[in-house]
Design a binder for this molecule. Sequence first.
Ligand code: ADP
Ligand code: ZN
Length: 740
Amino acid sequence: MHGLVEIAPLPAVPLHDLFTYRVPDALSARIAPGMRVRVPLGKQTRTGIVTGYAEQPPPGEVRSVLELFDDPEPFVPTDVLELCRWTARYYLTSLADVLATIVATRVPPTPSDRGFRLGRRPTDAELAALGRRARAQHRAYRVLEAAPDATLSAAAAEEAGVAATALRALVAKGWVEVVRLARAPEPTSEPPAPPAPPSLTPAQQRAVDALVDDIDAARGGSFLLHGITGSGKTEVFLAAAAAALAADRGVLVLVPEIALTHQLADRVRARFGETVAVLHSGLGPRERWAEWRRIRSGSARVVVGARSAVFAPVRRLGLVVVDEEHDAAYKQEDGLRYNARDLAVVRARLAGGVVVLASATPSAESYQAALDGRHTLLELPERPTAHPLPPVTIVDLRGRPRERGKPQLLTDELRAALEGNLERGGQTLVFLNRRGFATYLQCPGCGDTPACPGCSVVLTWHRSAGALVCHHCRHHRRPPAACATCGMTSLEAFGVGTEQIEATLRACYPLAAVDRLDRDAAQRPGAQRRILQAWHAGETDILVGTQMVSKGHDVAGVTLAVVLLADLSLNVPDFRAGERTLQLLIQVAGRAGRGDAAGQVLVQTLRPEHPSLTAAARHDYVGFITGELERRRTLGYPPFARLVSLRLDGRDGAAVERAARELAGRLRRRAREAGLSEDAVLGPAPPPIERVRGRVRWQVLLRARNVPPLRALARAARAAEPELRRQRVRLVVDVDPYSM
Ligand code: ADP
Ligand code: ZN
């Protein structure tokens, strides 16, 4: 029996977390954490989630829960609620915000699922009085009493001629309760016979055995599955998933971006049929809701989805897979800023399940965790098929003739390779990473790029201000008159686009079918699917694109992959730039030579000696990451330090700057008191995008090797929020930030 509950309203109330409500006697035996209720809030009523019980009533009037929607199963299962609590704590936000983000708030319980059940039994005298004074209510009571389980669906009540007003009056008396009825199970058709999985290679079998041992022993466990592109990682986790299902455990497969990874979703569906639910952003609220219920009820046992699927209410979760675990798309960049990969590890632990992070190019964080023994490392060093990794040729762009002041991207080497490939009827992928906003200066003679002396990140060129700025420490300076390395006097600002390249290629190769896939091209409805279909069908000869084309497309006809200018991802002001570049290059290279014809890869750059480039040319992830981890250790970057980014923004630029300076000063004093080093509080500095939708931004970066003092600093920043609000400055706290 519980008299008081804490409730998270959906949506959350700004600057409030949970609210306390009284539980009416009729509900107190059944109400439980994770259930949805209707509660009064202000002058209205709202849906909310019960998060727990309260011991003490808060001061003032305590209002009562009006209606309980879920019974006997809470809508949010215990382990997901625990995950939400963990998320709120770790990412320094409120539980109400987390719940409002993960639960579809807009969809009310469907009326057809609503039913009525007898509640508190009236005395005989009360019932007799009712028969005299309110015949309709009396009749409604009798009809309900005669129904099986003393429960009627709303539809059945209507059919029986019971007036809705009469039922409502009985609900108000507490004699009848509103309940949610379980839906009739969906008719299941005989699933098609699943295709026979290939017989696994010894390396795959070892990996599967390790996973299955832990799944069977239900002892949790976390694994990093590092296998080269096309080494059969997917087959490994599909086999582990089959074992989990056989042990009556559920499976969660996270993918970076569902629209770009439908091939994987199709493979999972082909293997497991009806029991697969796919959660993707294209679902409307009602469909998403329906999928949640299918998962919640256990009729879907395998869930494939993008980051928010980490909260999916999978029953008896036995296996969590994070495919392409290094992908930045796992980091949610607005609203609730969480990293689904990190939450997946927590989720599996809370559920007693196994987590496996899979990648050809694991993140520095995950690889270091494996080195530290926090993940068990499973390796697939070879492809099971007869298709070796394609050779990678680096094309040095330094000192080449220029085209209107820009490096000539259609080099002779590229033309020769492209024309040869067209003649042989092969498909070509042309990749240009145009992460546009941050531009940089680079010397066309030697490839040198002005970098911050203190931070080892590339300086960003602010054209309007005529200055080079470090986005970490705010070091800024005028652009040098000549290159510091070779003395050449014309540093160039870079910024090239896929559209230009597409147009140029069309002009050069009028007989070839040239297409383009990037965010712009994918804008039109259905465009993305159409472009990819033509690409898969082999109708497109040359596909130009951004990151969107680098992921998970296994197209047998692709025999040439080209990276037009690797420097674009190298020269972003982010300490992960080198790591990201290597990941991209290996990803793109992995697209070529998947079919029977051998593939080749061309990578163009002004910095051929950069470790990311040399490692990509050798397909040497381990060599790269070993050096990269050393560099991170020396510079004090993740995974050897933790970061929290504080972003302040507002319409009045001067006010934001003042507030940012004030906050940074205060945090610096605290850091000193806590014995943290000088550079625990960096900034304030203007971030890469200084103004967004009329709001000026400033950034303060917190950095420390140990988590507790860092979190104390971040909490102190959070505590300043009401004061900042009064100055009309908004604070965004980003724990373990991905974009700087
Ligand atoms: P990854 O996930 O590492 O990129 P996949 O699981 O997609 O690799 O496998 C790459 C290709 O190799 C696929 O076409 C897959 O069907 C095939 N494959 C995987 N494992 C085997 C195996 N043991 N025997 C034969 N082919 C395999
Ligand atoms: Zn700097």
